[in-house]
Design a protein around this ligand. Sequence first.
Ligand code: S3P
Length: 182
Amino acid sequence: MWTGPPPERIVLVGFMGAGKTSVGRALAPLVGFRFLDLDERVEARTGRSVAGIFKEQGEAAFRVAEREAAQSIQSEPRLVVAAGGGAFAEAATREALSQGAVTVWLRCPLEVVLARLPADGRRPLLGSREIMRDLLARREESYGLADVAVDARAGSPAEVASRIADVLRGRGIGKGDRAAGR
Ligand code: S3P
């Protein structure tokens, strides 16, 4: 059961291809919050694309921009946030995302995310099956620090979103508190 004050943000974490953005868009109206994609916030703040930052400045620069974007939303209430796949694996970014928020891991096996991810050049870290397997294995412990884990391997984004809303209600988050709309 959720014991703290009602969370101001619901933050979706998990690997690339888990469906954080599409599920987040579907979840926002269910809880009466606005949707925000953390990568889009990075792009708006830096004036560059995520792929461009990786290419021109490297991953370390992206992680700094990502952390600052995560810190920038700490004062913004009533948000459903889709975090990038590496955000929760960075301690300071995880800390910023977790404060005042309930964090939800969209859990999805490697084979499912591999089948979903388009090779459109928009994900600089997308690599071979072995690279992705190792990256997922390295990150799973961090994802496991989320408050809630939801199986995201099957079902439409709307179905997964409705499952999340149910799980949150079951934990006392949702109807009757701020997450249901004040
Ligand atoms: C990344 C995932 C991407 C994006 C960036 C880095 C990662 O977000 O933040 O390319 O480290 O896994 P998605 O998880 O939305 O693809």
